[in-house]
Design a binder for this molecule. Structure first.
Ligand SMILES: [Zn+2]
Ligand SMILES: [Zn+2]
Length: 394
C-alpha cells in the first residue's frame, strides 16, 4: 500500500488552490457551467473514462481498478452549487460574482473530490472494481433526483455511495457520523392567506389576512407537542411573510413561505400524517377567522439514511486518518441534504467534517454571508474518502 498520508500532504497546496478558485467564481444551481467545465478538464487530464454531462451541469466519470478480481462499484458524490448570498468575508479570494457565494462549502467538496480522483487514479492497481465520481449540480434545490432520473446510478450499477459535508456546527478536528436516519425529512411550502381588503378604521367590514397569517404561524407551533410525540423532532418554520401596502389599509393577501422538517422513524407512514395535521391547523384557523388560503408544496428532501456497514467502513478509515477513535461525534440534524435521494436507493454514508475554529472565523453558520471553513480540514476529507474507497474495494 502506498503512503496515503504523505501523498495527500504533497497535494494540499493544489487542494486549497482548487477550492479557492471555485470559491472565487461561484455559480447557482444548474448554472454551474464554468465549474462543470473545470471539473471535466481536470478529470480528462487524469485519464478517467466515460466522462459525461448528467442533469444539465452535472458530471460523472469512471475509474476502473486494475487489481485482478471482481469488484463492486462505489459512487462518490460532491455537490458544486453556490447560493444567492452577497459575500461579506473580506477574503482575498472572495466571490467575484455579485450576489452569489459558496456559503455552504460545496467549493470545498468539489476540490476534495478532484484530489480524491487524482490519488485513486495514480493507484488504480491497489483496488479491484470501479469508482464512479459524481459532481452534482443544484444540491440546494434537490438536484440529486434529476441525476438519478438520468441514470447516474446505472452503467455501471452503483453498489454503494459516499459523500461528505464540511460542517461548521462541528469543531475542527472532529467528524460527525451516525448510522440510521441522520437528517430530517424536509417539505417546503408556500402559503397565501386570502381575506377581504378594507380601511383600518372599520375592520369589521373586512377580513384581515394579516391577523389570520399571524394566527396561522402561531397555531402551527402546536405540531411538535400536541400532534406528535414531544420526543420526536419536528420544526415548522417560516422564512418570509409579505403582505400589505400602507399603515391604514387592511390587506386582503399575505404570502408566506417556509419549511416543515421532521426526523421520525417510518418516514413513509408519518409524512402523510404530518402534512394532514399541518393543513388541518391552517384550514381550521382560516375557517375560524373567515379567510381562505392556498397552499403549494415544493418537492424537497426525504430523510438521509446512513447504512450501518458503510458507517463502519468510514469509522475505521477515520481511525487511520486521525490516529484515534475519539473524534467521531454522534450526528443528527434537521438539515436537509439531497444526498438523501441516493441513500434511499443504495447503501450510503454521509460524513460531516468539522471546520469550526473561532480563531479562523470559520464558525459562522452555513448560508451566512461570513461563512468560511478551516481549510486545514480538507486534506482529512480527502484521506477519509480515499481510505473508505480502498477499504470497500479491497
Ligand atoms: Zn446548503
Ligand atoms: Zn451544503
Amino acid at each position: 500500500m502506498f503512503d496515503i498520508k504523505n501523498e495527500i500532504a504533497s497535494l494540499e497546496n493544489e487542494l486549497i488552490a482548487l477550492r479557492r478558485d471555485f470559491h472565487e467564481y461561484p455559480e447557482l444551481g444548474y448554472q454551474e457551467f464554468l465549474t462543470s467545465k473545470k471539473v471535466c478538464g481536470y478529470l480528462t487530464a487524469l485519464g478517467l473514462e466515460d466522462i459525461k454531462t448528467v442533469a444539465k451541469t452535472g458530471v460523472s466519470a469512471i475509474l476502473r481498478g486494475t487489481k485482478p478480481g471482481e469488484g463492486k462499484t462505489i459512487m462518490l458524490r460532491a455537490d458544486m452549487d453556490a447560493l444567492p448570498v452577497e459575500e461579506q468575508t473580506g477574503l482575498p479570494f472572495a466571490s467575484k460574482n455579485k450576489g452569489v457565494m459558496h456559503a455552504c462549502g460545496h467549493d470545498g467538496h468539489t476540490a476534495i473530490q478532484l484530489i480524491v480522483a487524482k490519488v485513486l487514479a495514480a493507484h488504480k492497481d491497489e483496488f479491484c472494481g470501479t469508482v464512479k465520481f459524481v459532481f452534482q449540480p443544484n444540491e440546494e434545490e434537490a438536484g440529486a433526483l434529476d441525476m438519478i432520473n438520468e441514470g447516474v446510478l446505472e452503467n455501471p450499477h452503483v453498489d454503494a455511495a459516499l459523500a461528505l459535508h464540511l460542517w461548521s456546527p462541528i469543531k475542527t478536528g472532529c467528524i460527525g457520523l451516525s448510522e440510521g436516519p441522520i437528517l430530517g425529512t424536509t417539505e417546503e411550502f408556500e402559503l397565501e392567506i386570502i381575506g377581504k381588503a378594507g380601511h383600518t378604521s372599520t375592520p369589521h367590514t373586512a377580513k384581515d389576512a394579516l391577523l389570520a397569517a399571524c394566527s396561522v404561524v402561531n397555531a402551527l407551533q402546536c405540531l411538535g407537542t400536541r400532534e406528535f410525540d414531544p420526543l420526536l423532532p419536528i420544526a415548522v418554520m417560516f422564512g418570509y411573510i409579505h403582505g400589505g401596502t400602507a399603515r391604514n389599509i387592511i390587506t386582503d393577501s399575505v404570502k408566506m413561505g417556509g419549511t416543515i422538517r421532521f426526523l421520525f422513524p417510518d418516514e413513509e407512514i408519518n409524512k402523510p400524517k404530518v402534512l394532514e395535521a399541518f393543513e388541518r391547523v391552517i384550514k381550521g384557523t382560516c375557517i375560524a377567522l373567515g379567510v381562505d388560503y392556498k397552499i403549494k408544496y415544493i418537492p424537497s428532501n426525504p430523510s438521509l439514511f446512513n447504512d450501518a456497514k458503510m458507517v463502519a467502513i468510514v469509522k475505521d478509515a477515520a481511525a487511520e486518518v486521525f490516529g484515534t477513535r475519539d473524534n467521531v461525534e454522534n450526528f443528527r440534524s434537521l438539515a436537509g441534504e439531497d444526498f438523501a435521494e441516493f441513500s434511499q436507493r443504495v447503501p450510503s454514508v454521509m460524513t460531516w467534517v468539522g471546520i469550526a475554529d473561532e480563531s479562523k472565523n470559520s464558525n459562522f453558520p452555513h448560508h451566512h454571508a461570513k461563512f468560511d471553513r478551516d481549510e486545514s480540514m480538507m486534506k482529512y476529507g480527502v484521506e477519509l474518502q480515499v481510505r473508505s474507497v480502498l477499504s470497500y474495494l479491497k
